[in-house]
Design a protein around this ligand. Sequence first.
Ligand code: PMV
Length: 319
Amino acid sequence: MASPRPSLGLASGKLILAGEHSVVYDRPAIALPFTRLMARARISSIDGPSRVSSAYYEGTLDDAPDILSGMVDCIRATVDAVGHPHDHFMIQVDSTIPTGRGLGSSAAVAASAVRGIASYYGAVLSHEEEMALVRIAEVHAHGTPSGIDAEAVVATGPFRFIKGAPIIQLPVGRALHLVVADSGRKGNTRAAVEGVRCRFENDRDATEAHLDQLAVVVEDVQDALRDGDTEVLGSSMNAAQRELSAIGVSDSVLDSLISEALRSGAVGAKITGSGLGGCVVALAPDAESVAPLASALEAAGAQETWSVVVHERTVEEAP
Ligand code: PMV
């Protein structure tokens, strides 16, 4: 049989608007795709053993280093799932999503590979199958992922997520303008999640209270999105940041970017993702305030900034 034609799989970055960490403890969270940053996997036929090519490694799947073991397991499970476990192929992965910044890099790379392989073989995977395959890579990267990243990197707009339940698409009453700023420092999701687990075990009542408060914020964020209410969304983001600080996942660099955002006109600002490095997200009062806010964050030390317009079913960068 002739080899299939080369094919591409795509997935985007992601932003968590509210509920990071508390989502691990069965509270709701709200996330959205960040389509300005993308992961892409190109699958093509080769002779000889299957190979992977990425920024980190170029060689056979069999010889891939431990750091890629989650990806390799995910790729092998996907070719199994589509009924081609013994085929030979090349998978070339590239991604514009910076790693370790809470922007969904590991989930997006895995999702692009799963989608690319499925499309290469003309297979149709259900959403649940796709999520289960991405989870294989995420477990290696994070330990006990809630699954929100895997959902967000293939989502089409903002959604509400609870671990183990289908996502719910959220209405957005009016376009909202975010600025994402990269501290330039890598976070470590596994370590941040373990830090919260430690607090949870050592001081359960206080930690539960913070997690409950984060769940209340999620409801407020959901209402603010529906109403297109910038003020409520901003104050909810600030409330989320207070709780995230209290559970130990912010740090002085992230705090100072957040203070700078608020000084420079942001209506609210918080970390996004697991924290202890990575990015902050700030809400601009309107489209005109986006550029000055981004400039202020860069002047305050952000390595890079991106603007994001939140719409109902698509998310795209500001002009
Ligand atoms: O991958 P990160 O750093 O964006 O973290 C994902 C969000 C957490 O709630 C911290 C972990 C999880 O599995 O939900």
